[in-house]
Design a protein around this ligand. Structure first.
Ligand code: GDP
Length: 334
């Protein structure tokens, strides 16, 4: 075994993460992602130790359809930030990446500049598991990155299923990237997505697509005007940008800073961090319960029959649910 891969103990992990050693950070994240109970225990111990150093990064969620320019944007935006002295971590929540292969961040060449930037750290989405499982591992990874001194964390999602909601919840600022040509898109766009946004940026505002980008931006601004803002006192701006040409990105960072200052001065950041911690705890309890239930031998023995009966209509779903819960030891509520 090479010395680099020698077993690390709790103290090694803590010192390495807190010291900002990227190799140790990467291995701590691997622990967090591991299904091995021993690794999970160690990961929990590492997290507990580094918790006091977490919570202060600017956490930005970024979403947009494939092709909108997320990787180009993150590469340029992140490089601007590292050039300005920040340390930037890039994470992802994409439960489908294991299935669809090299999608989100699967390939670091998607962010060619940041990938070789000493002040940046890119970690692909954990690939296996449910959205809940992927999300909880990404949250823990986020905390580890904060403890390692990354002061800006960008969390990317392609918006598969509910992942946008999950990312919006674990971050403080949710940036939605849009394509020029909003006419059609406005129809199809999920209203919920606009409600989550702290800022909408229409990308590819360059060359031939610049007029379309400006038009799209004014249409989104019009649509947003009729929506209740997600946070009182924050009307989400609609901007245009070109990730390719590095135009408009400073304005986006300015908006993120302004929002951050608002959060801090109003005391809402601290409240939000506390709320996030509680929610994370419950999300993990929910997730663990579900997998414990599916693992329980008494439940497993019943599942196939019950599922079969519910599917063919001979057992009402509610009765099936109660039988499963009963087998798991949950009393039927009165
Ligand atoms: P992702 O799938 O959302 O990560 O999108 P990519 O970053 O891979 O970009 C998709 C395509 O759009 C690539 O061919 C990029 O070169 C191109 N692209 C990204 N940003 C811009 C931009 O600001 N302007 C133009 N014209 N093209 C862009």
């Amino acid at each position: 075994m090479s010395p680099r891969r020698r077993e690390l103990g709790l103290e090694d992990y803590v010192a390495g993460v807190v010291g900002g050693q990227r190799a140790v950070l990467a291995r701590a994240i691997t622990l967090v992602e591991s299904a091995n109970p021993e690794h999970q225990r160690l990961a929990g111990a590492v997290l507990a130790r580094v918790m006091p150093r977490t919570g202060s990064a600017v956490r930005v969620g970024i979403t947009g359809v494939p092709g909108v320019g997320k990787s180009t944007f993150i590469d340029t935006f992140g490089s601007n930030l590292t050039a300005a002295g920040h340390r930037v971590a890039v994470l992802a929540v994409d439960p489908s990446s294991g299935v669809s292969g090299g999608s989100i961040l699967g390939d670091k060449t998607r962010m060619a500049r940041l990938a070789v930037d000493e002040r940046a750290f890119i970690r692909p989405s954990p690939s296996a598991g449910t959205l809940g499982g992927v999300a909880s591992r990404t949250r823990e990874t986020l905390l580890l990155c904060e403890a390692a001194g990354f002061d800006v964390v960008l969390v990317e999602t392609m918006g598969v299923g509910q992942s946008e909601t999950v990312v919006a919840e674990m971050t403080d600022f949710f940036l939605v990237l849009m394509l020029p040509g909003a006419g059609d898109e406005l129809q199809g766009i999920k209203r919920g997505l606009l409600e989550l946004a702290h800022l909408i940026a229409v990308n590819k505002a360059d060359g031939e697509t610049e007029p379309a980008a400006r038009l799209a931006a004014s249409q989104y601004a019009g649509a947003l005007r009729y929506m209740r803002p997600r946070e009182s006192g924050w009307q989400p701006p609609v901007l245009t940008c070109s990730a390719r040409d590095n135009r408009g990105l400073d304005e986006i960072w300015e908006a993120i800073r302004a929002h951050r200052e608002q959060l801090e001065s109003s005391g809402r950041l601290a409240a939000r961090r506390r709320e996030q911690m509680l929610r994370w705890m419950w999300a993990m309890v929910d997730d663990e319960l579900r997998s414990a239930l599916r693992r329980a031998p008494r439940v497993r023995a019943l599942l196939e029959t019950i599922e079969h009966q519910v599917r063919d209509g001979s057992l009402p779903p509610s009765v099936g649910a109660h039988r499963i819960l009963e087998a798991f030891g949950v009393e039927k509520p009165d």
